[in-house]
Design a protein around this ligand. Sequence first.
Ligand code: ATP
Ligand code: MG
Length: 430
Amino acid sequence: MNITVNAKKTLLVDGPASVTVTSGRVEVFGYVMDKGKVIIRDGKRMPFTVLENATFDVSLGENACVEEVEGSTIPESWEKAFEELCSIKSRPAVAMIIGAPDSGKTSFCTYLINRLLASKPKIAILDGDLGQSDIGPPCTVSYTFVSKPIADLFNLESENAFFVGVTSPSKAMEKTIQGLTLLRDEILQKSPDFIIVNTDGWIEGEDAIKYKAQLAERLFPNIIFAIQQDERLNPLLDMIRVYRVLTIDSPNAIKQRSREKRRSLRELGYLKYLKNAKVQSIPLSWVRIENGEHLALARNFTDSRREREINELLKIKPLHFAESTDKLLLVFGGNRHIPEEDLRKLEEAFGKKAVVIFDEEAEGLLIALYNSGNKFLGVGVIREVDYRRKVMKICTPVSGSISTVKIGKVRLDKNLREHPFSEELIKQES
Ligand SMILES: Nc1ncnc2c1ncn2[C@@H]1O[C@H](COP(=O)(O)OP(=O)(O)OP(=O)(O)O)[C@@H](O)[C@H]1O
Ligand SMILES: [Mg+2]
């Protein structure tokens, strides 16, 4: 479908769609283009501000749509924010972006980067949003450098990432801050001019405020851009008064997304880093496993005498068992029923809590793979843990030699669809 739009108007396109600019000049989040194709994912909206009368070749997917509006949908305060950032003379200049979900954080980062690129500085984007990550896989924080104007940060690959393993920092505040600090230090070694730090939309409540304040303390930004939609941001703004904070507007044309849409956008993030994945088997003794205690995958002290005692008391041999100071974890196949009274006997004899787990509980868990230098290699999914043979089957595009497997709390099915309550389930299990 060909669409002609006159200057000083904006074409809003809701994905899934592909838009090719065939003539004229347009601007997408500060990226001025006179030709080129932009893909808009389902759940996303892209504004094409027309600078010189333009024609577009638009292909719309299911439920996609286009709309023409007057003027630009980029708030004037975004332009002022860009000027304010340019006025900071120290290098690197670190800018942190905060705002509620769907307030325009990613779009504003894209806008700042595109505008900054006109003077060819070295710009790093540090993506601190675990759930709606633009750069790295979901459940990670990540960074990359941007050297060319871009319509959608999602098209960039991460240069390095840190696996947190959950989709919200509320479940891993310290770990997320640790990851972002480590990555920031790595970026600093590469002499950037600007570091743009995007954050997640968790801004309400005591913990959220504490988290953002601690993050600011650790990253020490030269400026914080706060995208304010309503008064919800005020308590957080109060907490970060010591920083140079510039409040900016959320665009009126913003597209709000449902929880389901956010999840399906995240699933595209898994797909980005799991396409071309192959199944490989890793003997458990070859790798260090982190966060696998609840699956009896941590190294532990066991011996054959203990094993005999367990077998005798339960009258059935578990596939595998692991012992920590206060717990005895017993792995069984299928949904085998173990009588409560036998477990109580075992608890009495061992003086610790007996926890039954089933071998399929590991299936589908998102994992991150690291090499011996602790370099993040990529993500994968556990297909199966064969406790008897002590082998883990994983599906991953990573081909290098794996030395550590970090286990996440998100569960994906074979089509990379997220199990809706996976993180909650594991919380109960552990
Ligand atoms: N000026 C604008 N005009 C039209 N659409 C916009 C504009 N700014 C942002 N959008 C669209 O609104 C949606 C939400 O914006 P964006 O993804 O930047 O918000 P966010 O705060 O990063 O959200 P999340 O919390 O999901 O990370 C996106 O589809 C984006 O493309
Ligand atoms: Mg975002």
